[in-house]
Design a protein around this ligand. Structure first.
Ligand code: BMA
Length: 380
């Protein structure tokens, strides 16, 4: 009997260990966050989760219509991933830099989660030294906010606000909703105050580590998966140049957009293929999830972009998710532009010319949208 009991206890202890092959960077991550992380690894052979920024909030010509979604309008099914943006939260603003009220954002996050989708959050924080926006590269801002810097206390107060927002994200049962947090992205570019032209690898790593420690240990936010996210890189060493270390990162990703005329060159799909090759290798070595964190071709000037460019570049690479950037609709006076096909009335032919092509992507079985994501029970 004693032996039986002992074997039973041992067995019960082994099951969760066997189930949790992948350790989250936050050692105190919530059980649901750990489950999500491991389920995303398990889902890699099932396909690529499809995401869209601000999907439930607005599209071309509309905003805040309950239940409406850009992707659902296009293919009849919601996406599997929902991206949101915190920029201006640090200023105590009630709406973000793209005019989405943070209260509505919290509700949208709950809505996406209840549909079985996953949530990712970026943060185009304002420049803490010059007071201008994220695209102002002046003032050696990263050096100023890391420990020892003259704006360090200000940065801590910003993280207090980020923590408060994250701690407000709970499901119907009152549990925290896991979030893929993707701060200080595209650092290999030259357009943000945290980019490589104004921030050394040491400064960046110090910023990342401080941010991680402060949110997890000091603020007790334990439902975040941290996504490391350059833009361009040519090889593994380049990819890892600003990497803070395995103990601070869960997801290895990058951003990659198409620009220019796609009809006479193969640069986009070739470069995407090459970078995904580097990414999946390095992610495997470090036991991290590989993902394409932002992509798109502004206004989709090439109607077959989704299959002939995006899908071609992705090929058979196994990555966790891809995320299309936001559509600028009525919001923020930014004019009308889009990264996802839209059926809205601003397009004279009634349907976006890229609609059929996007539908081909949808039915290709290579991507996961709402229903399959729900079937995969990513949080259980
Ligand atoms: C950028 C653009 C901006 C936006 C920012 C944060 O890529 O879409 O208009 O403010 O992302 O969402």
């Amino acid at each position: 009997m004693k032996r039986l009991l002992f074997t039973g206890i041992l067995f019960l202890q082994i099951i969760p260990i066997m189930g949790q092959v992948y350790q989250t960077a936050d050692k105190k991550a919530s059980p649901t966050t750990i489950k999500l992380f491991n389920n995303l690894f398990k889902a890699l052979p099932e396909g690529i989760l499809f995401g869209h920024q601000d999907d439930l909030a607005y599209g071309l010509g509309w905003e805040y219509i309950p239940g409406k979604s850009v992707i659902q309008d296009a293919v009849g099914e919601y996406p599997a991933m929902y991206g949101w943006e915190l920029g201006d939260l640090e200023l105590d603003a009630l709406i973000n830099l793209d005019s989405v009220p943070f209260k509505k954002m919290t509700n949208f996050i709950q809505e996406g989660y209840e549909k079985g989708g996953i949530i990712t959050i970026s943060w185009h924080a304002n420049n803490p030294v010059t007071g201008k926006n994220a695209w102002d590269i002046g003032g050696n801002a990263v050096a100023a906010i890391i420990p020892g810097g003259e704006k360090h206390d200000l940065y801590k107060s910003w993280l207090d606000k980020v923590a408060a927002f994250m701690l407000g994200l709970k499901n119907n049962q009152g549990e925290y909703i896991p979030v893929i947090f993707r701060p200080f992205h595209e650092f290999t570019g030259n357009w943000f105050w945290w980019c490589q032209n104004v921030c050394s690898p040491e400064e960046y790593k110090a910023l990342w580590k401080f941010t991680f420690d402060y949110l997890t240990n000091k603020k007790q936010v334990h439902h975040l998966l941290f996504a490391y996210n350059p833009e361009k890189f040519e090889n593994e060493a380049g990819y890892l140049q600003y990497y803070p270390g395995d103990e601070y990162v869960d997801i290895m990703s990058f951003d990659f957009y198409q620009y220019g005329d796609p009809s006479n060159n193969s640069d986009f799909e070739n470069t995407l293929d090459k970078r995904l090759g580097i990414l999946t290798e390095v992610a495997k070595k470090h036991k991290k999830l590989p993902a394409l964190a932002e992509t798109g071709f502004l206004n989709i000037p090439y109607a077959e972009w989704f299959t002939k460019k995006l899908m071609k570049g992705i090929g058979n690479h196994q990555i966790s998710y891809i995320h299309l950037w936001r559509d600028g609709g009525l919001v923020n006076g930014n004019g009308k532009y889009r990264f996802a096909p839209s059926q809205d009335h601003f397009i004279p032919v009634g349907r976006d010319p890229s609609f059929m092509d996007f539908y081909k992507l949808y039915i290709s079985n290579k991507f996961i949208f709402e229903k399959k994501a729900r079937d995969l029970k990513l949080y259980q």
